[in-house]
Ligand binder design. Structure first.
Ligand SMILES: Nc1ncnc2c1ncn2[C@@H]1O[C@H](COP(=O)(O)OP(=O)(O)O)[C@@H](O)[C@H]1O
Ligand SMILES: [Mg+2]
Length: 300
């Protein structure tokens, strides 16, 4: 049975998925920003494939992301979503295919130049410095903009001072944007999980990326925290023009927030379109509902 092999966690929200795929959800496509068909692609993946030993994590995946859109990638656990983000951010190197970022094609994205390419990301499992303050964690997202040498910094030379002032100013802006003022001087490790996820978003945003990759930014959050995070993600796009790739398990959030949704299953893209199109796609219904019906009660 396919459902059993996909794992129970993927279907923990099965009733909600059924409701939304059936078109009963609160989604109103009419409210969604309509993207011009002519909008430039900021990212294009062509024929991406990657295997780990005998496991094919991704196979012949194409994906186009237009400038200014919120592009969701969904799929059951193990479908290849994180691998996709890891390839776009240069952490993994694809066995096949090309990645074009802002017109520049790569077989392997140079991870150490990611910020200069205008790409920032968050991780599925938090990757913060627990022993540093919120402010210092956020500022670390801008270290790539420093050109002054270590000695210039120690000596407090003008260029170093200017750069530090700029980093501090950008950090303050993001702290205010994400409503983190009251915790800005706290050590990250002392914050509740939901706020730590927000700090990770802040660290990615402080780099002023054109393209932001969010790997399950709402995982493990309460409903209130999820709603707040969804608001911040939308605001990053609406107010700062950031293009966003969003991996998220909460289908309600995905359908309400995204302009277009790509669906992965066993490493293959099985559907791609607006939330309404994807919701009505028989392959998606089969991947989620068909298998969900086969799950035992533990999976639902
Ligand atoms: N670094 C890795 N080493 C070995 N296998 C991996 C690695 N990364 C991903 N995989 C495998 O690739 C498949 C897809 O994983 P992943 O991209 O994490 O899926 P998702 O994020 O959709 O849950 C899984 O079978 C996973 O075990
Ligand atoms: Mg993942």
């Amino acid at each position: 049975m396919i459902g059993a092999s996909l794992g129970a966690a993927a279907y923990e929200r099965a009733p909600e998925i059924s409701r939304i795929l059936a078109g009963v959800g609160p989604v109103e496509d009419t409210r969604r920003a309509r993207l011009s068909a002519k909008a430039d692609a900021i990212l294009t993946l062509n024929g991406i494939g990657i295997s780990f030993g005998g496991v094919t994590a991704l196979s012949d995946v194409d994906l186009e992301v237009k400038s200014g859109e919120i592009r969701a990638v969904i799929g059951p656990n193990g479908a290849g979503k994180s691998s996709l983000i890891n390839i776009i951010s240069g952490l993994y190197h694809a066995d096949h295919g090309t990645i074009t970022i802002d017109g520049q094609p790569f077989a392997r994205v140079p991870a150490n130049h990611l910020a200069r390419l205008g790409v920032a990301r968050t991780f599925q499992n938090l990757a913060l410095f627990g022993g540093l303050s919120v402010r210092d964690n956020i500022a670390s997202g801008r270290v790539h903009t420093r050109h002054a040498s270590f000695v210039e910094h120690i000596a407090g030379l003008p260029r170093a001072r200017r750069e530090d002032a700029m980093i501090a100013e950008k950090t303050d802006q993001i702290v205010a944007f994400l409503h983190l003022e009251s915790v800005a001087d706290r050590l990250v490790a002392t914050l509740p999980y939901g706020l730590q996820k927000r700090v990770e978003l802040a660290r990615a945003l402080v780099a002023e990326p054109k393209l932001l990759l969010l790997d399950e930014p709402m995982a493990g959050m309460t409903a209130t925290e999820k709603a707040e995070m969804a608001g911040f993600v939308r605001a990053a796009r609406d107010r700062h023009g950031v293009t966003i790739i969003l991996i998220e398990h909460d289908i309600g959030v995905v359908m309400g927030l995204s302009d277009r949704v790509a669906v992965l299953d066993y490493g293959r893209k099985i559907a791609d379109g607006t939330p309404a199109q994807v919701r009505a796609d028989p392959a998606v219904i089969q991947a989620y509902l068909g298998t969900a019906e086969g799950e035992d009660s533990e999976g639902i």
